[in-house]
Structures are given as C-alpha cells and as structure tokens.
Design a protein around this ligand. Structure first.
Ligand SMILES: [Zn+2]
Length: 255
C-alpha cells in the first residue's frame, strides 16, 4: 500500500514538473524540447548476460570496464546510494556539484530498501550506477535519460512487465555493480546557458537542478516501452505502462 502511495506522489510530482516545464517554455521565445532521446549505442559484448537495454532500444555493455567505457567512467562519485560516473568535463565542471546535490536529495527522500536472507541477515544493498555523459543531442534538447532493462524476451507472445534496474536496486532486488541508468546532457544548449545555482533561472538560462530532477524521474521508471503505434518494445512493458488506461471513447475510436 505504501508503495502505491509513494507512486501517486511521484505521479503528482511528474505532473507538476510537466506543467512547470511547459510554463517555463512558454515564457521563452525560443522553442526548446528539454528532454530528448539518448544517442544511438550498441554493446560490444555478444553475451546476453552482459548486455542491458535503454527505453529507446539501444544496447550497452552492462559492466563498466576501462577498455569499453574509457577511464573517466570507471571513476565513482558517490551521491547518497547513487554511484555516479561523470564524463561531462567539456560542458562545465560546475554542473557536477548540482547533479550530486540532486542525487543526494533523492537518496534522502527515497530510502533504499534493505532485503534480508532467509536467516534474517541483512543483504548489503548495491549502489545504483548511473552514467552522466555529455553528448551531441538534437538542437533544443537539454538532456535525455533512461533506466536500463534486461532484455531478450523468451516468450514473445506474452506481454511481460520489465522492471528496470534502477527500480530493482532501490528495492533491494539486485546485487551487483552493473550499469543501471544513463543521463546525457547536450554539449551545446546555445543560445541558453546553464543556471548552476539555486537562484531562479533567467529567461536565457536552463536550470540544471530542475532538468536533472526531470531526468531522474525517467531513471526511477516514469518511462514507457510503448511505441507510437501502440505496440510494446521487444514485447515488454514497463511498470509505468500498467498505469495507462484506455477509456471507452478511445476504444470506440481505436485510439
Ligand atoms: Zn523527459
């Protein structure tokens, strides 16, 4: 029950943020989309156990080794129970501090569940591993994000719910140090600049804290695997997808 209560809070928060972002867009003359799609990516590994997928259908190597991800991303920055892997040096190092603040705040708001063994011994929860990287995203996009999913449905005729790895680790369901989610920040947001302090953003600024909170909501699972044609990706649906409802009038018009 508590879970549902928390979830509705998240939905309210999401709606609030959606409205907030719409309002702040309207106040600018330039059109800006805020949130886009992650850059195309394909895992090097061919072993299914070493591959994870984002919500856009890209594959990634699950384990962050230097030879695959480079030395920057093998360095951990702990923020609460999040293990952040930064590679945004070419934007501004000041962004890093704000992003750490966001994940520390989220860690204090949402407790990580500690599971126990059958003998009532606590299982040490694993940190949630998030890559935060600069990328050349579409014009007008500030950032993009996705949690990771274990893919490869073995029963394509069955619509399964795929719980993302961020969700699993927060709920104590998955030990291990593999990649759980990714945020990309657009390397070029001109004519805007990043607002890195807690003062209100001016009309030509994008607020780092607000943008990262929005992206974090995607990491937590406010993310769909339903395509524009209404079918699921790889025969999987997310937990969030279960909250979509079809009204009788929509059925009538085949929406
Ligand atoms: Zn978004």
């Amino acid at each position: 029950m508590k879970h549902h209560h928390n979830f509705s809070n998240w939905i309210n928060c999401f709606i609030f943020l959606a409205i907030f972002f719409c309002l702040s867009t309207d106040s600018n003359s330039q059109s800006i989309d805020f949130c886009g799609e992650l850059s195309p990516n394909e895992a090097y590994s061919t072993n299914p156990d070493s591959i994870v997928y984002d919500r856009f259908g890209n594959s990634y190597d699950r384990y962050i080794t230097e030879e695959i991800y480079g030395s920057e991303l093998t360095t951990s920055t702990m923020a609460g129970y999040f293990d952040l892997r930064f590679d945004i040096g070419n934007i501004s190092p000041d962004l890093t501090e704000v992003i750490i603040d966001v994940f520390e705040d989220l860690s204090s708001l949402i407790e990580q569940r500690v599971n126990t063994t059958g003998c009532s011994q606590e299982i040490e929860p694993s940190p949630v591993v998030i890559i935060i990287q600069s990328a050349n995203l579409d014009d007008g996009v500030l950032a993009a994000a996705s949690p990771m999913y274990i893919g490869g449905s073995e029963n394509p005729s069955c619509d399964e719910v795929n719980v993302n790895l961020v969700d699993l680790k927060i709920n104590g369901g998955l030990p291990g140090k593999g990649l759980d989610g990714k945020i990309e920040i657009n390397a070029d947001i001109s004519p805007y600049t990043w607002n890195i302090n807690t003062a209100s953003a001016s009309s030509d600024e994008a607020d780092v804290y607000s943008v990262i909170i929005h992206e974090a909501l995607h990491l937590f699972g406010i993310a769909s695997l339903i395509g524009s044609d209404g079918t699921s990706s790889d025969d999987y649906f997310t937990v969030w997808d279960q909250f979509f409802i079809q009204l009788p009038i929509m059925k009538e018009h085949r929406v």
